[in-house]
Write a protein that binds this ligand. Structure first.
Ligand SMILES: O=c1[nH]c(=O)c2ncn([C@@H]3O[C@H](COP(=O)(O)OP(=O)(O)OP(=O)(O)O)[C@@H](O)[C@H]3O)c2[nH]1
Ligand SMILES: [Mg+2]
Length: 199
């Protein structure tokens, strides 16, 4: 069975990648599953592309094998696109999902439903030794709810209601989220590229 290394320490993302790659008979491994332990790659970029490349290229450079990285986040229109690339640490370095959601809900207090539009964005970067980095971008539109609902997923899923649904991302079954998510949309582009590489 083929293996793919994902340059992530986020357990929620990794779970979704494991499910995606299983469909291609591939096993995805996160950084916490490798023998060698890596320090966090500093996400100094100002775009999802820059940060995804930083993570993929740093780890591929060390391991000398192809590595996939994901940089993702939530863009809220009423907050001029925040938290954006700072989604993981919006409420501080502790990277607390609960504190991040609380902060967003507080900032949106009094903002009417029609103005609570937002999107999840995901950029995947694949770095291969000696080759140019490949990028795939995906997004899903939705609105930020008034209160968190649901137990599945991670991050801001309990306050994000995707367009066309009456449920939050966290109320959808994981398989359902994986059919519509920003990560899935980016994976569709990645899959096309992989198929072209195999020709
Ligand atoms: O509700 C959510 N559902 C999702 O599907 C999702 N995808 C991303 N996010 C948020 O955006 C941050 C990414 O930041 P990020 O790309 O730097 O990842 P991270 O720091 O958590 O892990 P790593 O991959 O860098 O190791 C995450 O922490 C989350 O807060 C999501 N929230
Ligand atoms: Mg990160």
């Amino acid at each position: 069975m083929n293996k793919i290394i994902i340059a992530t320490k986020n357990a929620g993302k990794l779970k979704e990648f494991k499910a995606f790659f299983e469909q291609y008979d591939m096993t995805a491994y996160g950084l916490d599953e490798l023998d060698k332990q890596f320090d966090d790659v500093e996400e100094t970029g100002t775009t999802f592309e820059e940060n995804a490349a930083l993570k993929a290229e740093t780890i591929a450079g060390f391991l000398q094998v192809p590595v996939l990285a994901d940089d993702s986040g939530l863009e809220i229109d009423a907050l001029e696109g925040r938290p954006g690339v700072y989604s993981a640490r919006y409420a501080g370095e502790a990277k607390s999902d609960q504190a991040n959601m609380d902060k967003v809900l507080e900032e949106l207090q009094g903002v009417p439903a029609a103005e609570r539009t937002a999107r999840f964005v995901c950029v995947l970067a694949v770095s291969q030794p000696g080759k140019e980095t490949f990028y795939a971008r995906g997004h899903v539109e939705g609105v930020i709810t008034e209160v968190p609902q649901g137990e599945h997923g991670f991050g801001y899923d309990p306050v994000f209601q995707p367009e066309g649904y009456e449920k939050t991302m966290a109320q959808l079954e994981p398989a359902e989220k994986n059919q519509i998510s920003h990560r899935k949309q980016a994976m569709v582009h990645l899959e096309k590229w992989l198929n072209e590489q195999a020709k």
